[in-house]
Design a protein around this ligand. Structure first.
Ligand code: SF4
Ligand code: SF4
Length: 72
């Protein structure tokens, strides 16, 4: 099963919780500020992501979604 991972930077407030809880150290905060004035999270090492969804559950702003990839 393939998954599509996305972080909505319009919702992300750059709190860093997801960065802290990721067991694979996939996530980091951007060094560039978003239009909202925050440093949003991004997957610095997507190849290491195991799609455990821990980051999704921890995000207080529900900015992270993991969805099943639709068949083409
Ligand atoms: S799904 Fe799991 S491994 Fe992937 S970024 Fe989130 S916490 Fe890390
Ligand atoms: S937990 Fe949510 S709001 Fe906080 S940095 Fe991660 S994606 Fe952004």
């Amino acid at each position: 099963m393939a998954y599509v991972y996305s972080i909505d930077i319009e919702y992300c407030k750059g709190c860093g919780l997801c960065v802290t809880v990721c067991p694979k150290k996939v996530l980091e905060l951007e060094s560039k500020v978003s239009s909202k004035g925050y440093f949003p999270a991004y997957r610095a090492r997507p190849e290491d992501c195991i799609y455990c969804a821990t980051c999704c559950r921890m995000c207080p702003d529900v900015a992270i979604t993991i969805a099943e990839e639709k068949a083409a």
